[in-house]
Structure formats: structure tokens, C-alpha cells
Design a protein around this ligand. Sequence first.
Ligand code: COA
Length: 192
Amino acid sequence: MSAMEPHAETPVEEDFPSDNLPEVHIVSGIKPKEVEAVLAMAAASGRFSSDALMSAEDMAWDSAYGGGGELHAFILAKTGGPAGPVIGFLCFGPIAHWPENYELYGIAVSPEFQRLGIGTALVAEMRRRIGNGRGGRVFLETGDDEPFAGARSFYEANGFDQEHRFHKHFIPMEGGVVYRLNLDADDDPNYQ
Ligand SMILES: CC(C)(COP(=O)(O)OP(=O)(O)OC[C@H]1O[C@@H](n2cnc3c(N)ncnc32)[C@H](O)[C@@H]1OP(=O)(O)O)[C@@H](O)C(=O)NCCC(=O)NCCS
């Protein structure tokens, strides 16, 4: 059973590290009109495999038209207000048959808005929705080669550690690196 909080558009106040950053809103949920922008961002990043893109597409349409009962969830970053254009997204959900364990399926921020703390804000909101400090873990798989070096640095900067153990509930599909984030307040550098 998911411990995630209800599926709703929830504006979240975030402090961002740059003075030049336009107003950014972090919201939960995805609307049908936002699906194409999210999928285009994922495809343009070049960091989503065709399988990952197909499942992102399924999950995005499911979330956009679902009644809130879907297990996976989208968190969007928008600029110029909660109804503004999407400049980043994160998708996550619980791992089947493994209580308190979640998977971060994908994250991307538009290139012109990268290195401004938006990816970190998306991860912080995921943590908040799962329930910071209540225990549990978030797993993800990413590439182990040079094109994914930035993504690995990002995950490490956000408290993820490389997982070297084998977990039967989380088997990497693409042979990459598995990362694990412990949802424990003591381990979260951004937790206050
Ligand atoms: C990975 C990604 C989501 C990060 O988003 P972001 O908003 O730029 O990340 P943040 O600004 O919150 O970065 C926080 C920290 O992570 C690290 N980091 C982020 N991107 C990095 C990069 N390209 N190279 C090295 N370190 C990086 C830095 O320590 C950074 O802090 P700093 O800017 O103060 O040095 C973004 O680069 C992206 O969309 N990449 C393409 C898609 C992708 O790779 N997705 C993940 C794999 S599927």
C-alpha cells in the first residue's frame, strides 16, 4: 500500500539558490495538456531509453486522466506561476510487493534551467510526499557511462548512494548503476 499523500496540485514554496531564477512552482500532478511537454523534455534530454520513454508516456497519460488512484505520481516544476510552462518533472511510485520502497522512474529539467536547484527541489518534494523521516528507500537505475556522469553527480549530491547489493524486487533492466536513497531525516542534507 502506498504511503504517498493524495494526488493533488500542491504548490510548494521553495528557496532557490540563484538570484536570477524566475519564479518556479513545484506542483504535484500532471494535466493532459502538460503531457506532451513532459515527454518532449524526457526525449530531448537523450537520457531516457526507448523503453523508459514508453513507460513514461503510459504513466503520464494514466496520471493525467486517472482519478488519483494510480500508484505512480508526477511532480512538475513550472515557471511563471502554477499554470505556467513545465520546465522540469519527476516521476516516482512504490515498488510492487515491497512495502516502504519506491522507485524514481525519471527526472529531467529543461537545459536552460539546469544547475539552479530545480532538480533538487523536485527530489525534496518527492521525499515530502513519501513522508520524510518515516524510513523507507527510493531506488533508481541510471547509466554507468560518461553521458550519465552529470546525472550520477546529481543523485549523489541529493543523498543517493550506489547500491551494490542485489535486491530481488529491484533488478536493473538496462544493466546500469542502481542508486538508493534512505528516507531517513538524518541522511538528508536538504532536510530541515
Ligand atoms: C539530472 C538533472 C535532472 C539535474 O537537474 P538540475 O536542476 O540541473 O539539478 P540541481 O541544480 O538541483 O543540481 C544539484 C547539484 O547536483 C549536482 N549536479 C547537477 N547536475 C550536474 C552535472 N551536469 N554535472 C555535475 N554535477 C551536477 C551538483 O552538485 C549540483 O549542485 P551545484 O549546481 O551547486 O554544483 C538535469 O541535469 C537533467 O535534466 N539532465 C538530463 C536528464 C537526466 O539526466 N535525467 C536523469 C537520468 S534519467
